[in-house]
Design a protein. Sequence first.
Length: 276
Amino acid sequence: MSNGHGKKPEDFKKQMEENFRVAPSEFSHIKKVIGIVSGKGGVGKSLVTGLSATAMSKKGYKTAIMDADITGPSIPKMFGIGKANYADENQLLIPATTEGGMKIMSLNMLMDNETDPVVWRGPVIAGIVKQFWSDVNWGDVDFMFVDMPPGTGDVPLTVFQSLPVDGIIIVSTPQELVEMIVEKAINMANMMNIPVLGIVENMSYMKCPHCGEPINIFGESKIEQYAASKGLNVLGRLPLDPSIAGLCDAGKAENIENEYMDSLVYVLEGMIGSEE
């Protein structure tokens, strides 16, 4: 069976093993690159990206977000930031900085009008992602989180090939249909020899406004069983909470309580600790 482009799986894998890496700018020193992925849209990938970055920032790590979801960038809105700074004396872009000190780069920050549609073909969009790595002065960063578009197309492939991704976090929701989509993301990561750090389930439940008990509005979650069957850990379960949406809409994502991400923080801190 071919992959739809006339290549057999073994030929495709061989191609993936070739070196497509893009060098960062000489002023960028990034220790760990973490991709936030999903096999489909609408699961809250940008939210998980923002919460992951915020959690590590609050732990004292120098944190950055590269918004690689070029056609649907929502990270700037979540953190209440506007335009990026123009090129410095080295002709490199300067990322915007949040109130909490995180660095962010997104295409929306370079557009004259943030509501203008990005009507570009895949290779052009992939080229922008490469430039976000090579033509931005990121400075010193402990953890860079890459918010990727859904699916397994051009941009995720470009990120996996071009950036030194140390691991990915897969975002899911409780519906059983999502398991099939998650499996695609896992298989792509395995094909690219990139570790899957774990799964975060978004919209996992909501709390009853009267008694505080969890309500499984999408039915009983099977994420623990599914993750165990794949040898993966569940790194967080996020509720469907209007207050979280409200803070994101107001550009105050850094004010969201982060107790949901404790397991994720533990895993990521272990990645840094293992090098010491």
